[in-house]
Ligand binder design. Structure first.
Ligand SMILES: Nc1ncnc2c1ncn2[C@@H]1O[C@H](COP(=O)(O)OP(=O)(O)OP(=O)(O)O)[C@@H](O)[C@H]1O
Length: 267
């Protein structure tokens, strides 16, 4: 079956002092090709661990990830990653950064130039093609990171707080861009965020995770990502359901954090 199957994942980190941390316990999830999933939860609930296992950077202690019928056994080009800070090659131009994957694949230069040009149009950076990345603002650097990821033609894009370091206005524009890319490319996307509003806007499915052990607490299926494509996201936020679910999730995460604090004080 095409798509991504996360099958009963558990991850335990054994620490040098003999203790261990159960970062994930029995996490299962099926994503169809082209679905957009956002993941929220208090610090330490295993969001990044989950993403790193799907990326193939970490091997789970139990369970498996299956993408398009193949078990994930390490990193691969069909899974692209976008980090909070672009992880770009500072000394290369925007064009060279976006063309890096195609260059590695030894793609003929004419074909590579066409792909790079197309992606720079998509992310609105055509006029900055020859600039070095250190000359760009944070928002522009994240646009380069998205274009560079897309140039590898991944089936799944994994984003770990990709907009977390941006100012509010740039972040809002980038949220619109993520929705546009999702609709135009049909990629499956998993996006981790600490912002409840962002998770509501950028998740047709939204997972709230809980800590100790890291697990899925609640899943929502939401209309806001679809509503937001090509629209003013501030209008989407005015939808009565948006405010209602935001309050519900904020309360849920607040209670989890209270519980953690209580356990720490009682320990
Ligand atoms: N390499 C590691 N060695 C030991 N413990 C780890 C390691 N990586 C993560 N952990 C622990 O696993 C748990 C989950 O961590 P993870 O980073 O996945 O959570 P998170 O939800 O992404 O947190 P945050 O929101 O703060 O980024 C935490 O208790 C963390 O301390």
């Amino acid at each position: 079956m095409p798509g991504l199957i996360i099958d009963r994942l558990s991850m335990r980190f054994d620490l040098p002092n003999g203790a261990s941390v159960q970062a994930l316990k029995d996490v299962s999830l099926n994503l169809k090709a082209g679905e957009l999933l956002s993941v929220l939860g208090p610090s330490g609930c295993g969001k990044t661990t989950l993403l790193n296992i799907v990326a193939g950077f970490l091997a789970p202690t139990e369970g498996q990830v299956v993408l398009n019928n193949k078990v994930v056994e390490g990193p691969g080009p069909e899974r692209g990653m976008v980090f909070q800070q672009g992880a770009l090659f500072e000394w290369m131009s925007v064009r060279e950064n976006v063309g890096f994957g195609p260059s590695m694949k030894k793609m003929p230069s004419k074909e590579k130039a066409q792909i790079v040009d197309h992606l720079l149009d998509v992310v609105g950076l055509q006029d900055f093609k020859e600039k070095a990345v250190y000359e760009l603002s944070g928002g522009m650097q994240q646009r380069v990171a998205l274009a560079r990821c897309l140039a590898n033609e991944p089936d799944v894009i994994l984003m770990d707080e990709p907009l977390g370091a941006l100012d509010a206005l740039t972040r809002e524009k980038m949220q619109g861009l993520v929705l546009k890319l999702w609709k135009e490319t049909g990629k499956t996307i998993i996006l981790i965020t600490h912002s409840v509003e962002e998770a509501l806007l950028l998740g047709e499915r939204l997972l709230v995770m809980a800590p100790r052990p890291g697990r899925i607490h609640t899943e929502y299926r939401l209309p806001f990502a679809e509503m937001g494509v090509g629209q003013d996201l501030r209008e989407v936020k005015k939808h009565p359901k948006f405010g209602e679910i935001r309050e519900e999730i904020l309360g849920m995460i607040w209670n989890m954090e209270e519980e953690i604090m209580g356990r720490q004080e009682g320990a």
